[in-house]
Ligand binder design. Structure first.
Ligand code: UDP
Ligand code: MG
Length: 319
């Protein structure tokens, strides 16, 4: 039996590119012999015609299937839904906007057959992105790399081929606030890097804004390292030592030089500085606490409106 490869596409309001995407991916997978393909779209609560277009595609092409989520859960969660419903021996994650060239899939399969479990595409450069996005992303990676113990891949997105064992592993990780890119690293297994040039979006606009990116960055840090918590303890420790020494200086001064009622500036700056540090530490603790709160509720990570036309509200266990 020929091996099945699932091409998994998270899609959120992609009505203007999805047909173009389909025709390009169709060409690519028609050119790859000896494999069967499944084209699994995860409709992440689109409010436009995305779902209708996917349904039309399914009518003419039986390789197309889709999971329709009950609302917009975000790409990270949409990908988990994709892992749950993918049937393939390997899964290729690809964006709907043609920023990830489908032509690379053949190469990914080649390395997969060589025994690699995670063949990921690394960007040679970042075309069509502003210098601000490049700079912030660079700073974020630097911070994350410094503070985590697992290796994080820079300039790598979700565009990759994963072996079935990676998919099964990812399905076990059911945190609702996900940073999938970190999870790929966390998994380990045999990884292979291939290089590509990321094109600008074919049409439509990015679903990311700085607020969302900022949240993803916080997700990345809080779900992979407790370093910020440690940092607050260190800060607290050193500042206490500083405060202790300063206390002795004050006592000494008072005993030997008397006590003139002044020192308003120093008092004020110490109070403000300590207040700032305390608020910051509280905020850090709050970020972690909030995540503990969210995970302890043990809600299903996503809900499904329909799968290939069937209404189904049970959370998937296994195929
Ligand atoms: N996406 C999604 N849910 C969302 C946001 C995005 O499924 O809430 C999908 C989107 O349709 C696309 C992919 O994730 O296929 C990447 O999104 P986008 O191109 O907006 O991100 P960028 O390439 O700018 O990082
Ligand atoms: Mg994109």
């Amino acid at each position: 039996m020929e091996k099945l490869i699932t091409v998994m596409v998270p899609a959120y309001n992609e009505e203007i590119v999805i047909k173009q995407f389909y025709s390009r991916i169709n060409e690519v997978i028609n050119g790859i012999r000896n494999y069967r393909f499944e084209l699994l779209f995860v409709n992440d609560g689109s409010t436009d015609q995305t779902l209708e277009i996917i349904k039309q595609l399914r009518e003419t092409d039986q390789r197309v299937s889709y999971v329709d989520l009950s609302r917009n859960f975000g790409k990270e969660v949409a990908m988990l839904a994709g892992f749950d419903y993918a049937k393939g021996d390997a899964v290729v994650i690809i964006d709907a906007d043609l920023q990830d060239p489908p032509e690379l899939i053949a190469e990914m399969i080649y390395y997969w057959e060589q025994g690699y479990d995670d063949v990921y595409a690394k960007r040679r450069d970042r075309q069509g992105e502003s210098w601000l996005k490049k700079a912030t992303s660079k700073a974020f990676y630097r911070l994350l790399k410094k503070t985590t113990t697992i290796p994080i891949q820079e300039d790598t997105g979700d565009f990759r081929l994963l072996d079935r064992r990676c998919i099964n592993a990812l399905r076990q990780i059911r945190e609702s606030q996900r940073y999938t890119k970190g999870l790929f690293s966390w998994l380990g297994f045999k990884k292979k890097e291939i290089l590509f040039t990321r094109d600008p979006r074919a049409a439509g606009e990015t679903k990311w804004n700085y607020k969302k990116l900022m949240n993803l960055a916080i997700e990345g840090i809080t779900s992979f390292t407790t370093y910020p918590l440690k940092l607050s303890s260190y800060l607290g420790f050193f500042i206490s030592i500083g405060a202790f020494i300063y206390m002795f200086v004050i006592i000494f001064k008072t005993i030997f030089f008397g006590e003139p009622v002044s020192g308003y500036p120093s008092l004020m700056s110490v109070i403000l500085f300590l207040g700032g540090i305390q608020l910051l530490s509280l905020g850090v603790i709050g970020e972690y606490l909030g995540r503990i709160f969210n995970e302890t509720k043990q809600r299903p990570v996503y809900l499904v409106q329909e799968y290939n036309g069937e209404k189904e509200f049970v959370i998937h266990e296994d195929h």
